[in-house]
Design a protein around this ligand. Structure first.
Ligand code: F0G
Length: 344
């Protein structure tokens, strides 16, 4: 936040609440580049303090809440927003309340919200119901709402686009990312447009957003009452930033499409096999990239940035269920060598 202070709505008086978010790596993927014929870069947001991109926006939203004298913050979440809000609220000594969909929040994310001292409620319903309650709480009670309907969240998250341009020295040709509540695609597009306005790039990338097929309201053009996908982070039927996301796709010459859970799971495994551990929702980026490539819609040599939104350790169950139980051995080197397939 400090690095881009002059491009954020912060004054001298703003107390910056930071856990050193941002500055995440852009990793070159040899294998995905070879597979697609494009030049593929992975923006790995899992290295943020709470393991997801939410920290960029949360730093600013909590800083502004403190500046404006708030005592308590609330949010609805599929998991990551609550983990981030809980951590930054703890840092700022604010009270934090979160509402998550019952039984559909990854264990690691729930652990984060709880350990940082947030009060966690589970609603019998989806993220959309949780957000409805939080909006109404914000209207009727003196609590700050830190979902991405809070403009400071979007402002903070746009720094991801600044980092991409700073690192590459130009805009990518194509930008691929998952879409849930649609705040992040809105934020990246805003960031790229600000880079154009500042004369640092000539034009922004083509924006390609991906929803999960069972939770694809923007693609279908209608609210999904009961969204369903293994990518619980983007299990959302009525995105708050629906219109700005559509505008980003349209104005950039891009699209918002969907990928199936099967495609997402395959992309998740593929990424892990090249050393990058992400959560299921993040793998939607790579599922989308491969879909574009297979449809012949990715130009040879195009420079592509795929945002990997969250760390795989948040939902370890997926990694463990897909593997066999590691065998137990006694303290014996020869046995270990044999079991590991190491020849003399
Ligand atoms: N990837 C991950 C890992 C997420 O947690 C989210 C959203 C998205 C992608 C989609 O981003 O909503 O800006 O379009 N998670 C929110 C949450 C909804 O509550 O943590 P978006």
């Amino acid at each position: 936040m400090e690095e881009y202070r002059d491009r954020l709505p912060m004054s001298e008086a703003t107390p910056v609440v930071t856990l050193r978010e941002g500055g995440t790596p852009l990793i070159f993927s040899e294998r995905l580049s070879e597979r697609t014929g494009a030049e593929v870069w992975l923006k790995y947001e899992g290295t943020n303090p709470t393991g997801s991109f939410k920290d960029r926006g949360m730093s600013l939203a909590i800083s502004k809440a403190v500046e404006e004298g708030a005592r308590a913050v609330i949010c609805a979440s599929t998991g990551n927003t609550s983990a981030s809000a809980a951590a930054y609220a703890a840092k700022a000594a604010l009270t934090c309340g979160v509402i998550v969909p019952r039984g559909k929040t990854a264990s690691g994310k729930l652990a984060q919200a709880l350990v940082h001292g947030a009060t966690v409620l589970q609603v019998d319903g989806s993220f959309d119901a949780a957000l409805r309650i939080c909006r109404s709480l914000h209207e009727r009670y003196p609590v700050e709402l830190v979902n991405s309907v809070n403009p400071y969240r979007i402002e903070g998250q746009k720094t991801g686009a600044f980092e991409v341009v700073d690192f590459l020295g130009r805009a990518p040709d194509v930008h691929v990312m998952p879409v849930g509540n649609a705040g992040n695609i809105t934020a990246y597009w805003q960031g790229y447009q600000e880079e154009v306005a500042a004369g640092r790039i000539r034009r922004g990338p083509v924006m390609r957003g991906y929803q999960a097929a069972g939770a694809a309201p923007i693609v279908r053009g209608e609210v999904v009452a009961e969204p369903s996908t293994i990518a619980t982070a983007i299990r959302i039927g009525h995105p708050a930033s629906w219109q700005p996301a559509l505008a980003a796709a349209r104005d950039s010459g891009g699209s918002i499409r969907s990928v199936t859970d099967r495609q997402i799971l395959q992309a998740y495994r593929r990424l892990a096999r090249e050393g990058v551990f992400v959560e299921m929702a993040s793998a939607a980026s790579i599922a989308g990239l491969l879909d574009l490539s297979d449809a012949g819609e990715l130009a040879k040599g195009a420079r592509v940035v795929c945002v990997l939104t969250g760390h795989g350790l948040k939902e370890p169950d997926w990694a463990i269920s897909g593997a066999s139980q590691p065998p137990i051995i006694r303290d014996d080197t020869a046995v270990a060598a044999q079991m590991l397939g190491i020849e003399p």
